[in-house]
Design a protein around this ligand. Structure first.
Ligand code: SF4
Ligand SMILES: [Zn+2]
Length: 332
């Protein structure tokens, strides 16, 4: 739901069941929007007052304000209501969290989602409960900075619950979605901030492309390894074979090996150093000649290129890390 269902102004019927049988129970007169306090330096700014009259619907028992403030006015860019600044609200949310944990007998594998969580006060009450997950979203133009700031606040509150970094994108090419989302979220993840990502991407390619982008960000930031990692050099005059074609060949046979890092390097001069943390290396040593590495050690030197991929697979089989792609299909 993008927009508020009701128009701005007074309502003389119940928002839930439309009954007109309403009973006025509280009338606080006219009040500014929540926490819209005027600073001393803003003496020229006028505060707008709205009526707060609470009615009880006698039919469905719903308590409600009888005046609708427009969503653009209420959720403006300076929206500053924070549940966490009022101790009575915090205590109320604390009691709610205890009740939810007790009533639903929450287990570590359960998930707690607080939709529209504002400053996360309710979720922070679950902070010692490992079933809670916090999803942080931003509409700020400088969203990454805002989310980084929120992480600092959560850390200063010693909040231990996992955090999913969320952001919405619209109308981008799949390549630009990769670029923007990896910049926004990757910058936080590589600093160890965040445990997952949530990409709300409309008109940015197929669902599969969006999904691959999300997993790619997690993989590149080493937050979650879900596929084979390839470390490849950009290639230069020293490369004595077609690096792109060879990378595609190796990838074609090994891309199902979750968690394995394979270096594919153009030459022996700089290749071994550049793939320093790879598990296996496939390194050019002459015209169409390849040397295979296990970690930093050469295990087979100067193999003809056409034999090298099979030899790499044999090496993995020897190490007990090789799995046939069909076997994985059967498991997942
Ligand atoms: S590893 Fe060798 S071939 Fe590849 S870019 Fe570096 S120097 Fe060039
Ligand atoms: Zn009602």
């Amino acid at each position: 739901m993008n927009n508020h269902n009701y128009n701005t102004g007074f309502l003389n019927y119940c928002q839930i069941c439309y009954s007109k049988d309403l009973l006025e129970v509280i009338n606080l007169g006219y009040q500014p929007l929540a926490d819209d306090l005027i600073k001393v330096s803003e003496f020229n700014r006028e505060c707008i007052y709205y009526p707060i009259k609470i009615n009880l619907c006698k039919k469905c028992q719903y308590l409600q304000n009888n005046y609708i403030v427009g969503d653009k006015i209420l959720y403006n860019k300076n929206y500053h209501y924070r549940p966490g600044i009022s101790s009575s609200v915090v205590n109320n949310l604390k009691a709610l969290a205890s009740e939810v944990i007790r009533n639903y007998d929450l287990k570590p594998e359960d998930l707690v989602i607080d939709i529209g969580s504002s400053d996360g006060t309710l979720l922070s009450q679950f902070k010692n409960d490992i079933s809670a997950v916090l999803l942080i979203d931003t509409y700020n133009e400088h969203g990454m900075a805002e989310q980084r700031c929120l992480f600092m606040e959560l850390m200063s509150e010693d909040c231990q619950i996992p955090v999913i970094i969320g952001k919405a994108y619209g109308g981008l090419t799949p390549e630009n979605l990769q670029l923007y989302s990896a910049t926004d979220m990757g910058a936080l993840l590589i600093d160890g901030l965040g445990d997952g990502v949530f990409l709300a991407a409309e008109g940015c390619g197929s669902l599969e492309q969006v999904n691959q982008t999300a997993f790619g960000i997690l993989q590149a930031s080493r937050t979650r390894i879900s596929k084979t990692e390839y470390i490849s050099c950009p290639s230069c005059g020293r490369t004595l074979f077609d690096l792109q074609e060879t990378t595609a060949l190796v990838r074609n046979r090994t891309s199902h090996l979750k968690g394995i890092k394979i270096g594919i390097m153009g030459c022996i001069v700089n290749g071994p150093g550049e793939m320093a943390d790879a598990d296996y290396g496939y390194v050019g040593t002459g015209v169409e000649k390849i040397s295979l590495y296990r970690g930093q050690n050469v295990v087979q030197a100067n193999l003809p290129m056409e034999e090298a991929v099979d030899a790499l697979i044999d090496l993995m089989k020897e190490d007990g890390v090789w799995v046939e792609a069909q076997e994985l299909d059967a498991v997942y």
